[in-house]
Design a protein around this ligand. Structure first.
Ligand SMILES: *Cc1c(COP(=O)(O)O)cnc(C)c1O
Length: 422
């Protein structure tokens, strides 16, 4: 019996998060027993070069000695106290230092919690219910955020999952990513009713789509004018595309930011934070409720702190970025030689590629035209050749500091063999 069949007998769908099931590419997921540096080892004993990095956290590669040592030392002193500990302040200080728009922060355990809490805070702080989000962005799986654009009127959303009350959809307005004009229209109509805009400053959950010039600036302007809270969801991009996140690259100061993934260094930590006056609305200082039994867990704080200390070293992002560039340029060249239409994006240690000749890709509808069949073939060809990519055409990829010349050249060798077969 395969590992997956066995898992399916006891775990819903055989996985603890849906995209892991390989539904987007077909076949059965590989089971991982260990990982070191840029490499995964499967239960069948195969070694794979990893471009998923646990979906983003592993920016230093797997099992970085400084991170492991920090976690082990911390574990010796106890796993969880449910009372303040100094390492929480230390990590909070680092987060505020690297992202100066964050004046106060609150730690949570997942990106979903971070965005859900940030939205509650924005609603509580403004006394408004409506929120704006964008098609193709993902902000975790809380009810208010599993809403997609309706087919009819601009402002009436519909739940994107059964179990989400239709009543909630009335408060969630879903607009087209990179369409500043649509945002202006909604603000003209009902600006003073809108609690917040939540947006991925570089979209990383519909492959990878950077913001067009003026898009984030328009959001900032509309929010400032209407007293609306601008939330940049940097759960993926924070400490990944640059030390200060996408907000530092595009020079946008949000009111609140959500972070996750890298900030936990591979353990369950995430956070939301921002303007001190808004964060003061949060309990215990203010009336907006939010709490967590394991929030600020010492092990997660230790992994996060050790990770941030490593990425804070001067030159870290320059060399990470150079590696990612090498990979992306290599892929584009090989695709070109094979006559396969491909468009790529990258920033820091994050990249995306779409089998399409409609580049540059700037909208959700452009992403949706991707040649998914070709992606599936590519994915399995690369996997057979020892390269582990995200098992979906609509995910971003991640390069870590542990990806060296050897890993990049092995990856490009594999691509050289696979592209002509597509
Ligand atoms: C991953 C992600 C989330 C959700 O984080 P989880 O830890 O999986 O709950 C939210 N927003 C963005 C932008 C993400 O990439």
């Amino acid at each position: 019996m395969s590992h997956f069949t066995e898992a399916q007998k006891f775990i819903a769908g055989g996985v603890n998060s849906p995209v892991r099931a390989f539904a987007g590419v077909g076949g059965e997921p590989v089971f991982i027993r260990s990982a070191k540096g840029a490499w995964l080892e499967t239960e069948d004993g195969r070694r794979l070069i990893d471009y998923v990095g646990s979906w983003g956290p592993m920016i230093l590669g797997h099992g970085h000695p400084a991170v492991l040592e920090a976690v082990k030392n911390t574990a010796d002193n106890g796993l969880s106290f449910g009372a303040p500990s100094l390492i929480e302040t230390e990590l909070a200080k680092k987060v505020c230092e690297f992202m100066p728009s964050i004046e106060r922060v609150r730690m949570v355990s997942s990106g979903t919690e971070a965005t859900m809490s940030a939205i509650r805070l924005a609603r509580g702080h403004t006394g408004r219910d409506k929120i704006i989000k964008f098609e193709g962005c993902y902000h975790g799986h809380s009810d208010s955020l599993l809403i997609k654009a309706g087919s009819g009127a601009l402002t009436l959303g519909v739940p994107s999952s059964p179990g989400v009350p239709a009543g909630l959809a009335e408060h969630t307005i879903t607009l087209e990513y990179n369409n500043a004009e649509a945002v202006r229209q909604v603000f003209d109509e009902m600006g003073p009713e809108i609690a917040c805009i939540i947006v991925e400053p570089i979209a990383g959950n519909m492959n990878m789509v950077p913001p067009v010039e003026g898009f984030l600036e328009t959001l900032r302007e509309c929010c400032t004018d209407a007293g609306t809270v601008l939330i940049l969801d940097e759960v993926m991009t924070g400490f990944r595309v640059a030390l200060g996140g996408a907000q530092s690259l595009y020079n946008i100061t949000p009111d609140l930011t959500t972070i996750g993934k890298v900030v936990g260094g591979g353990l369950p930590a995430a956070a939301f934070g921002g303007r001190a006056d808004i964060m003061a609305s949060l309990a215990p200082d203010g009336p907006v409720y939010q709490a967590g039994t394991l929030s600020g867990n010492p092990l997660a704080m230790a992994a996060g702190l050790a990770t941030l200390e490593q990425i804070g070293v001067p030159g870290f992002f320059e060399s990470l970025s150079a590696r990612t560039t090498e990979l992306v340029q290599g892929l584009l060249q090989i695709a070109g030689e094979a006559g396969v239409p491909l468009t790529c994006e990258m920033e820091g240690g994050m990249f995306g590629f779409v089998f399409s000749d409609d580049g540059p890709i700037r909208t959700f509808s452009q992403v949706a035209t991707a040649d998914v069949d070709r992606f599936r073939k590519f994915f399995h060809g690369m996997l057979d050749a020892g390269i582990y990519l995200a098992p979906s055409a609509f995910e971003a990829g991640f390069v870590s500091a542990a990806h060296g010349d050897d890993e990049i050249s092995k990856t490009l060798d594999a691509a050289r063999a696979v592209f002509p077969t597509l």
